[in-house]
Design a protein around this ligand. Structure first.
Ligand code: WQD
Length: 341
C-alpha cells in the first residue's frame, strides 16, 4: 500500500492498522503539519509488523519524486490523506488551500494514470455538505461547502468522479469523515496538531493536561438538547479500520463511490466535556462564549451505506474515545516533539 500523509493523525493510525493486518506499507509525508516522531511511533505500536513500513519524506506536489516512487513499486492501491485541513486557516489562506489540496490530488492521479495502480481511497469530509436540512446525513445529501477547505474536498471528489467517468478501469472510493477523535489505546499515537488546536477534542486534551487555561464553548443557544453544538465523533481506530474495509471492497465495483464514515450518534459539546472530565478525573474549566462563524447546530451521519457496502460499523463509544485521547495526551503532554510526561 502507498499512504500519503502517513505521519498525520488519521494516516498514522491507518498505517498501524494496515501493518498489523499484514500489509506492506510505504508511507510518505512532507511533515508540514506532522512530526517525524510519529513514524517511529507507528513502528513501535505495530511491533514486528513495523518492519513492513518503509517511510519516504516526500511532497505529493513533487510529481517527479512521486512518479519515481510509483514506477519503482507495484502498489496494490493508494490511500491519499495528504492535505491542508484547518477550516479557519483555509478562510484566511484560500490560495494555499486550493494549490495544495487540488494540485496534490491532480499530481497523484496523473502519476497513477501513468504508473498505476488505478485504485485509490480518498480522504474526504462531511463538511462538503455545509448546513444540512435533513439529519442524519446520507451520502446523497446536497453538497453546499461553505469554506475553502471543504470546497477543495468537494472539488477533489468531482475530479475523481470525472477521472473514473473518463477511464472505466479506475476504482476510487471517497470516504467522508465526520469528527475523528481519540488515539491508539497504547497512548503512543494520537492527535497532535501544530499551534492552537482548532478542533474541540485536541483543545480539551490540552486543557486537561494544563497546556490551555480553559475551553471556550462556542455558543450554548443552538436548537439542540443542551444548546451546545452536536457532532458525530468517531474513534480514529474505527476510522482506520474503515479504510481497510474500503480497501478490501475496492474491487466490488469499478468507478467512483462515496461512503460516510461516522457512528450515527450525535454528541454535544457539553456531553463531551462531561465524558472527558470523567476520563481524566477532573472538572475541565470552560466558559461559554459567542458562536463561531460558520458553525452549524448539528451534524451526524447515516452510517448504513458503509455497513451495507463495506461490512463496517464503528464500534467504539464516547468513553473509549475520551479514555484513549486522555491516555495519549497524559503520556505526551507536549505532543510528539514536546517534553515527555
Ligand atoms: C466541534 C464542536 C464547535 C472548538 C471540523 C471541520 C471538519 C473536520 C472536523 C477536517 C462544534 C465546538 C470547537 C472549541 C467549541 N475537519 N467547539 N470550542 O467544526 O465540527 O468540524 O473539524 O476534515 O471538516 O469542519 O469540528 O472540533 O472544530 O467543533 O465549542 O474550542 O465543538 O462549535 O460545535 P467541526 P470542531
Amino acid at each position: 500500500m502507498l499512504v500519503t500523509g502517513a505521519a498525520g493523525f488519521i494516516g498514522s493510525h491507518t498505517c498501524v492498522d494496515l501493518l498489523t493486518a499484514g500489509y506492506r506499507v510505504v508511507g510518505v509525508d512532507n511533515f508540514a503539519n506532522s512530526s517525524p516522531r510519529a513514524v517511529e511511533r507507528i513502528r513501535e505500536v505495530a511491533g514486528e509488523a513495523g518492519a513492513n513500513l518503509e517511510f519516504v519524506e516526500l511532497d505529493v506536489l513533487d510529481a517527479v519524486a512521486l512518479g519515481k516512487l510509483l514506477a519503482a513499486t507495484p502498489f496494490e492501491a493508494v490511500i491519499h490523506f495528504a492535505a491542508r485541513k484547518a477550516v479557519g486557516e483555509s478562510v484566511a489562506m484560500p490560495v494555499e488551500y486550493y494549490d495544495t489540496n487540488l494540485n496534490a490530488t491532480l499530481r497523484l492521479v496523473e502519476a497513477l494514470r501513468e504508473h498505476g495502480p488505478r485504485r485509490l481511497i480518498f480522504s474526504s469530509s462531511c463538511s462538503i455538505h455545509g448546513d444540512v436540512d435533513v439529519l442524519p446525513i446520507r451520502e446523497d445529501a446536497p453538497a453546499r461547502p461553505t469554506n475553502p477547505y471543504s470546497r477543495t474536498k468537494w472539488m477533489c471528489e468531482q475530479i475523481l468522479a470525472d477521472v473514473c467517468a473518463a477511464q472505466p478501469d479506475w476504482h476510487v472510493t471517497a470516504l467522508r469523515y465526520f469528527n475523528p477523535v481519540g488515539a491508539h489505546p497504547s497512548g503512543l499515537l494520537g492527535e497532535d496538531p501544530r499551534g492552537i488546536p482548532n478542533n474541540l477534542m485536541p483543545y480539551l486534551q490540552q486543557v486537561a493536561v494544563g497546556r490551555r487555561e480553559y475551553l471556550s464553548v462556542f455558543g450554548d443557544d443552538y436548537p439542540t438538547a443542551d444548546g451546545t453544538g452536536v457532532r458525530d465523533y468517531i474513534h480514529v481506530v474505527d476510522l482506520a479500520e474503515g479504510h481497510r474495509a474500503a480497501l478490501e471492497h475496492l474491487d466490488d465495483e469499478a468507478g467512483y463511490r462515496v461512503v460516510n464514515l461516522g457512528t450515527g450518534v450525535g454528541t454535544s459539546v457539553q456531553q463531551l466535556l462531561t465524558a472527558f472530565g470523567a476520563a481524566c478525573g477532573r472538572e475541565l474549566p470552560h466558559r461559554v462564549v459567542a458562536r463561531r462563524d460558520g458553525d452549524v447546530a448539528a451534524l451526524y451521519a447515516d452510517p448504513s451505506y458503509a455497513a451495507e457496502t463495506l461490512g463496517w460499523r464503528a464500534s467504539r463509544g464516547l468513553d473509549e474515545m475520551c479514555r484513549d485521547a486522555w491516555e495519549f495526551q497524559r503520556r505526551n503532554p507536549g505532543g510528539y516533539d514536546g517534553a515527555a510526561a
